[in-house]
Design a protein around this ligand. Structure first.
Ligand code: AHG
Ligand code: MN
Ligand code: MN
Length: 335
């Protein structure tokens, strides 16, 4: 029979592989898992306590903010502001960086997060999630963190992961070496290792993209999707949930490709992108790469992009190495 391993014990075991580790990152991740359990409890009872519906506000990217977005944002802040591990935070829901209150110590890490991804689908009971990314600070220790601490590329991440609040709630996490999945056992309130060392299949049979935008894609992306639909790489199915967290999680487990290309709708010259580099594309791309996949903007690896502002967006092609390589060949006009 297989061992029962809690996320806490897994983190301690991972830490012991790094003799120079102080335990700070482990303690930080430990705190985060409690925030995820609190959000999970609220997401699960949302229908019961009339938490559904809009909060009447708009976030930094101009989207409607739901009450659960606000709850998730507040929960992560209230959990993480006083632990002494962070120098500042940045969230999809906040226009500016989130400072650590003056009375609390300033730590050596910085946390960027999307408190609730896919929240526009929540009234339909579709899976939503939380995405998080942890960098080492670049400014001097002991001081207040600044935007410079947040504006770092995915390649500099020390840890990242996501939680899917789905039919079961799952935490997927990497501290760099490998990617592991933990399923929340709600009866005891613990995340237990259920998917050790996740490796993305080298090829899948699913493509995932919002085809409602097809007329606004670049010609090469259109040619690629047409090629897939005409059986080019084999018989592929279309799956698009509209929650990045759920679409990328499925891609990680089953293989295939998830695309959110630039659309040329409002700005015909430059186009516009949907997914945020710091809170969505960066950490999800880093995780998929750690599991053996590819995450590209079409032009370059997502993890190479250095954000120039907090709410920067980028095009996304993420998934199995063979599938994404084919997309990139089409995108570059080589096929
Ligand atoms: P969020 O709920 O955090 O604002 O993110 C929504 C994002 C992402 O989850 C999803 O992949 C994408 O929006 C869906 O966009 P479309 O509705 O344009 O397909
Ligand atoms: Mn999101
Ligand atoms: Mn969100």
């Amino acid at each position: 029979m297989s061992q029962i391993v809690s996320v806490q014990r897994h983190l301690l075991a991972t830490q012991s592989n790094h003799p120079d580790a102080t335990g700070d990152l482990t303690a930080l991740l430990w705190d985060l898992t409690l925030a995820f359990k609190l959000i999970n409890a609220e997401v699960n009872k949302a229908g019961l306590v009339n938490l559904y519906g809009l909060d009447g506000d708009r976030n930094a990217s101009g989207d409607d903010v739901t009450k659960l977005d606000r709850f998730s944002q507040d929960t992560i802040f209230r959990m993480m502001d006083h632990g002494g591990h962070l120098c500042c935070m940045a969230s999809e829901e906040e226009r500016e960086i989130i400072r650590i209150p003056a009375e609390y110590p300033k730590g050596k890490y910085v946390l960027s997060y999307d408190p609730l991804d896919g929240s526009s689908n929540i009234d339909a009971n579709v899976s939503v999630g939380t995405i998080f990314a942890i960098h080492h600070r670049v400014t001097p220790e002991g001081t207040d963190g600044t935007e410079a601490d947040v504006l770092q590329p995915g390649s500099a991440l020390v840890a990242a992961g996501y939680v899917v609040y789905g039919s079961s709630t799952m935490l997927v996490l990497s501290t760099g070496d490998r990617v592991d999945g933990f399923t929340l056992d709600p009866s005891v309130g613990e995340f237990l290792l259920s998917h050790p060392n996740i490796r993305i299949p080298s090829r899948g049979a699913i493509y995932s993209v919002n085809e409602g935008n097809e007329n606004f894609w670049d010609a090469n992306t259109r040619r690629y999707v047409q090629w897939v639909k005409s059986g080019g790489p084999g018989a592929y199915k279309a799956r698009y949930i509209g929650s990045m967290i759920a679409d990328v999680h499925r891609t990680l487990l089953y293989g295939g490709i998830f695309l959110y290309p630039r659309t040329f709708r409002k700005d015909p010259a430059n186009g516009e992108c949907k997914l945020r580099l710091l809170y969505e594309a960066g950490p999800m791309g880093w995780i998929v790469e750690r599991a053996g996949g590819i995450a590209s903007t079409g032009e370059r690896p997502i993890v190479d992009l250095v954000p120039t502002h907090l709410h920067e967006r980028c095009p996304v092609a993420i998934g199995s190495p063979d599938d994404v390589a084919e997309y990139l060949a089409f995108y570059r006009g080589e096929r």
